[in-house]
Design a protein around this ligand. Structure first.
Ligand SMILES: C[S@@+](CC[C@H](N)C(=O)[O-])C[C@H]1O[C@@H](n2cnc3c(N)ncnc32)[C@H](O)[C@@H]1O
Length: 243
């Protein structure tokens, strides 16, 4: 994977620049335009790669990057994926928990139905169509988990965005807080949570809330994320002992 991502790295630093629209010169606007073109090229790159490799969406590369950076999955892990449609993170989880002979379980939940994919998919993947926060969903998860806890909880959940930065940020923090609360019901001590959140005023308080429950917490912006958005993943590892 690293070599595939490597071809995007040289242009990545450019994308982090933002011009001030009130004071920008024509030259700076041209640079901004060329940066936006590069952003589109990166999106196209991941989109094409995902299609070529058989992933349901380019978001697969976000989780691959998170794992590459933080060594999230172990062989035979039990994974709960909240907001799993169309299924790319289910596929990546399936790849990273090792072959079927080592065991493991992957439970995905989404408001939308999820189609079985032809690659990186086996019988360890189970999906539930429903609201992650509904009590029926909790029952269905517990039945599939057979009374056992999970090693990793993933939340890429997001409702429709409005395009209004602070509204979308607050909505994302609300959902991420819900995922953090659910992680306390489902994670083993030592387990990990990855939760998507858009950066904004509440971001640092959310990270602080995670730090109360996990020993290691870091924000991460994968290259495969839209660099023109504020999308971050809070990676919380090593859940503190359950009191
Ligand atoms: C960005 S997509 C997830 C992509 C997924 N990680 C993948 O790689 O295929 C976000 C998903 O969250 C789901 N979602 C939003 N709110 C939800 C909720 N309350 N319960 C379950 N799913 C939810 C949406 O239906 C949507 O499919």
């Amino acid at each position: 994977m690293s070599s595939d991502l490597g071809s995007c790295r040289p242009i990545n630093h450019l994308i982090d620049r933002k011009i001030n629209e009130d004071t920008a010169t024509g030259e700076e606007f041209c640079l901004e335009l060329s940066i936006m073109t590069k952003v589109r090229e990166i999106h196209d790159f991941y989109f094409k790669e995902a299609k070529r490799k058989g992933y349901a969406a380019r978001s697969a590369y976000k989780l691959l990057e998170i794992h590459e950076k933080k060594n999230l999955f172990r062989k035979g892990d039990r994974v709960l994926d909240l907001g799993c449609a169309p299924g790319a993170w289910l596929q990546v989880s399936c790849q990273l928990i090792g072959p079927t002979k080592v065991g493991g379980l992957i439970v995905g939940v989404d408001l939308k139905a999820v189609k079985k994919q032809s690659k990186f998919w086996d019988d360890r993947i189970h999906t539930i169509e429903g609201d992650a926060f509904a009590s029926e969903t909790a029952e269905a998860i517990k039945a599939l988990a057979d009374g056992k806890l999970f090693n990793v909880v993933l939340s890429d959940m997001m409702g429709s965005t409005t395009g209004h930065r602070s509204t979308d940020h607050l909505q994302s923090v609300h959902v991420a807080r819900g995922a953090l609360a659910l992680s306390q019901d489902y994670l083993v001590p030592g387990g990990a949570l990855v939760a998507k959140v858009f950066e904004g005023a509440e971001y640092h308080s959310f990270v602080g809330e995670c730090r109360e429950l996990f020993k290691k917490v870091k924000g991460f912006s994968p290259m495969a994320s839209r660099k023109d958005s504020t999308e971050m993943y809070v990676i919380a590892q090593d859940r503190k002992p359950i009191e």
